[in-house]
Write a protein of this length. Sequence first.
Length: 661
Amino acid sequence: MSPLETTLMLLAAAVSGVVAFRMLNLPPMLGYLLVGVVVGPFGLGLAQENAMTHELAEFGVVFLMFSIGLEFSLPKLIAMRRSVFGLGLAQVAATISLAMVCALLAGMWLPKMFHIGWEAALALGGALAMSSTAIVSKMLTERLELESLHGRQIISVLLFQDLAVVPLLIVVPALAMHSNNLAETLLWASAKAALVLFLLFFIGQKFVRGWFSIVVKRRSQELFMLNLLLITLGAAWLTDKAGLSLALGAFVAGMLISETEYKHQVEEDIKSFRDVLLGLFFVTVGMLLNLRLVVDHGGALLLLLLVPVLLKFGLITLLAKVSGSNTSVALRTGLGLAQAGEFGFVLLNQVGGLNLIDPLLLQLILASMVLSMLISPLILAKSDWIVLKLSANEWMAQSLALTQIAARTMNTKKHVVIAGFGRSGQNLAKLLSEEQIDYHALDLDPDRIREAQNAGAKVSYGDAARRESLLAAGIHRAAALVITFTDTPSALKILHFVHDAHPSLPVIVRSRDDADLNVLRAAGATEVVPELLEGSLMLASHALVLLGVPLRKVVHKVQAARDQRYESLRGFFHGLSDIGEDADVLQVRLHTVVLPEAVKAVGKKLGELQLAGFQVEVTMIRRGKEKIAATDEVILQAQDVLVLRGNAESLARAEQRLLKS
């Protein structure tokens, strides 16, 4: 199979795998891994492990490390130093030490294939110490737990794990050299790393900032992108020539750019390269998995899956407890970090390439890491139930939290329950207080709650996406519920609970845009406030008043738009700058279609085309300089411009109908 055919096959398989996992609401990374297993040499045999696939995989790691470097600003590390360099350092060091002890015991008690040297044990310990940033951060975001105590601890540990990869990428190749003077080898590797890092940081920082300024002044997106690739790959080449890893240079390049004002633009531009190449990296990792060996050694695989996950869970829980966390937070932190991670595969690939351990053992460890990542979303989804089973105090803590909420709202009626006490929730609470309207807020950020309670705000620690918290806040006695965060899955869960407990309760939901407007309304939201549409309304109203339009007329226009549930504002014309989160295929957008002379639609009435069946609305027809209302009786003419509104898929089908010849 030619390189082009191999690449096309891998891309086609990757697309299929990611689509399937997206439909199941699972991390796409797992889809990439399974695709590699299926198409690899030990699966269907459609793709072979060769130099080309290794190079693709290495470039994926390069761009991943570059992205990680963009996040490592010194102010961020200083602000989180206690958790990052306390719990994070302890976790990585303890996991590596425990792995080395287990390797020693395995050599004494288990078959010969489990005999590994201390160098390989250190490398494997580094691989097993890593946890999945992609899976865990996604799950914490979906569960609204990023700002919780355990969420902050988990992110801090993940941050240190990412940082710890850098020295491990230097140390492992040095250990593999089997030099008679290991200390001299490590000293020489460290000296080279220090020299290269000095050149990159102290000389490169001034160069990068100055050079980026020159490039940006040319006002060329193409030049900016080429320059970004040049700096990333150039730094990787420099460290590679120094006998270090490509990934180390990319990491440093990311750190250099993170200190400039171009960081956010770079993050957006590099995202597509990173995601595609990193996906191919995970495909190549999956290709390493020999399913026949896994089946033949099922007992050993189960042992290698359960022992590292359970030991890592117990170790992290213990360390979190020692660092001052309560049992509940410690258990949740351990559950969140017990699985293997992306960088574990990077280090494992390095271990395999250096022939540090038996190939069969490497296969089994790889399989166990893949399986641990596959079950990780299930563990995190059931973390509440697991913590309740493992900690008798958790029942007491949750009961106490609910009791505190209930006690504060017991004598309150006709109040407003505020879900989320961020900036929007606090502004709402302030206005309600000025109007002498009672409220009670639920939030999951303990620092914010403490500060707000000290200032006299009526807020309690509680998850508004749980039925018990809503009932304790008194929704059956409330006048209204306001969801102030822009998380549609959580909002839908809250709406479901409200519908069961108090169907007539008015619920106002904040959303980012109009993408989920219909879904939220169908779920029972009384009003949905899309912040982007409200922002554009306010911008337009200020502009109209400034241009001399009477204030009363402006207020009337704004109110009319709200009364129509933003119908006249829904959808907008998309361009290249909208590619990304806003380009979701389900989002309502506007699209223009020009009718050529040779199409069947010319001469027909608009109603005859039945575009409504495609869930597409014609908002307007432009004929020359004239704008015509889009009624069913309008007869279409050649060169008419139809302005359509709908989602991407519906618009494509409607355009196909209009342009049918």
